[in-house]
Design a protein around this ligand. Structure first.
Ligand SMILES: [Fe+2]
Length: 502
């Protein structure tokens, strides 16, 4: 790689990189362009050129096509891959014109057929640099939108999506007042989410004008911009409206309208234009699919909650002795999880798993489930299938995937003598070990086909004896501490509220 031809160009000087393997030609181009006032850098092949581009702000690359180590076409591919932004003009002979045309398809700005005179070259470069500035500013906008999309992608809550949208709009469209209304999809069902700026917050006339426009935009599903450049001044429309210009856009997705966003600028400020409105439409258009996906996932979780509740009810309808068991196990497991300091999301998993842990009993014959006397070894083998059947049922619901290990392992023993896998100690998932203690305690303190209900004190004794054998001793200790006043803990009812499980 040869050093830059000019050492200290003025700050606004355009930088051109010449990539040419023939030293005499390289020097000739460098000298001619240097005399035109450009800052010139040079490289002998595509590989060296990439090094120069990585370390320097280059506006334009002037390159040969056939070069050793890395030719022009491969260099161009790398420039695109690495997200570098200079315009590239190729210098080509008839022998490589096909390759030059191919380079245009790959994003090259232009090519110049050899032999050419220097005046032709200067004109092409000047033209490209002039239009390239415009393209680069568009490129900047594209990157801005890409980064906005990236920020939206990280959100899983509609309030957060709205926040990202408002931040973006505030940064790029400089409103002096901003309002956001969310929409449930039913006509007229708008709720204000955000109102900012003195003209929207403090001026009743402006606010009532705004509501009218929002309703209009919602009704027509069309954006509007109002300002002097459109021949209509906002203040002409209503006495006392303080805005100088405004842009109002609906947030429209594939399945409906999710809200309306309104921006205002005060009188005397640069008014909003159609180009601003177009940008606003781009931002809301990007946000809408994210809102759509979040809302549909919330609806799905609502359905999941209903499925969970009806599954549990189906099991309890079959097993007359365990009515209310799932709900109590769910409550105890959640309390125990809280006592052990598990994360909120894990509490949600425990709560759901408590409801669903015995779902596999749907596949167990009624005669075995409701047998008043002890089970025969053969019958017990059948009963032992319920965690596996449960796992198979739950794993079909994608939003419940984190519940599956708890359902599958809730009958494992701490010493490895449980089922279905015989895992022991820390190999059994922590939440399944918690669930197992809650399940055991609930069974002991309830009337079953094979025993009367124990008192809390008696159940604590059984749990203590089983600690280290059937149950994790630390979890048993935490639960016994919770039961220190020897009364059944109060649990909140499971109402099938939307589960925060994705
Ligand atoms: Fe069970």
């Amino acid at each position: 790689m040869t050093p830059p031809h000019t050492a200290m160009p003025p700050p606004d000087t355009r930088h051109i990189l010449i990539v040419e393997d023939e030293p005499a030609l390289r020097e000739a181009y460098a000298e001619a362009l240097g005399m035109q006032g450009y800052a010139v850098l040079t490289a002998a092949n595509g590989e060296d050129a990439l090094l120069v581009l990585e370390g320097n702000a280059v506006d334009l690359v002037l390159s040969d096509l056939k070069m050793p180590r890395l030719g022009g076409e491969e260099m161009l591919r790398e420039i695109t891959l690495r997200g570098l932004s200079p315009a590239v003009i190729f210098l080509t002979g008839y022998g490589t014109i096909e390759s030059a045309v191919n380079c245009l398809k790959l994003g090259a700005a232009d090519y110049l057929l050899k032999p050419f005179d220097m005046l032709q070259l200067f004109k092409k470069i000047a033209l490209e640099l002039a239009s390239g500035s415009c393209l680069r500013s568009k490129g900047g906008r594209v990157r801005e939108i890409e980064s906005f999309s990236e920020r939206l992608r990280g959100q899983n809550d509609s309030a957060e999506v709205f926040k990202v949208l408002l931040t973006q709009v505030q940064r790029t469209l400089a409103p002096q007042a901003m309002a956001l209304f969310s929409c449930s999809g039913q006509a007229g069902a708008l709720s204000p989410l955000f109102l900012w700026g003195p003209s929207f917050r403090e001026c009743p006339q402006t606010r009532s004008w705004l509501l009218e426009k929002v309703a209009l935009v919602l009704g027509q599903c069309g954006a509007m911009v109002l300002g002097p450049q459109m021949g209509k001044r906002v203040e002409d429309l209503r006495e006392g409206v303080r805005l100088g210009s405004a842009a109002v856009v609906p947030i429209v997705g594939m399945r409906g309208v999710y809200g309306v966003l309104a921006l205002g600028r005060d009188q005397g400020s640069t008014p909003y234009t159609r180009e601003d409105l177009r940008m606003l439409n781009v931002y809301t258009g990007h946000a809408a699919p994210f809102l759509e996906s979040i809302l549909s996932s919330q609806r799905f979780r609502g359905i999941s909650a209903e499925v969970v509740t009806s599954y549990a009810q189906a099991v309890e309808a079959k097993d007359i002795y365990t009515r209310g068991h799932s709900e109590r196990v769910s409550g105890y497991a959640t309390l125990l999880g809280q006592a052990l300091g598990v994360a909120d999301r894990d509490l949600e998993i425990l709560r759901t798993a408590g409801i669903l842990h015995d779902i596999g009993k749907i596949g167990i014959p009624d005669g075995i489930l409701n047998k008043p006397s002890g089970l025969t070894p053969e019958e017990f083998e059948i009963m032992k299938r319920h965690p596996v059947v449960g796992r198979d049922i739950i794993s079909r619901v994608s939003s419940l995937e984190e519940v599956v290990p708890l359902v599958y392992h809730h009958h494992e023993w701490f010493n490895g003598q449980g089922y279905p896998t015989g895992s022991s100690g820390a190999d059994i998932p922590l939440l399944a070990r918690i669930l197992s203690v809650a399940d055991g305690f609930e069974a002991l303190t309830s009337i079953r086909s094979y025993h009367e209900a124990m008192t809390v004190s008696q159940a604590k004794q059984v749990l203590s004896e089983g600690a280290g054998r059937q149950w994790d001793p630390e979890i048993v200790d935490a639960w016994i501490w919770q039961l220190r006043d020897d009364t059944l803990p109060e649990i909140s009812e499971f109402k099938g509220a939307p589960l925060d499980l994705r």
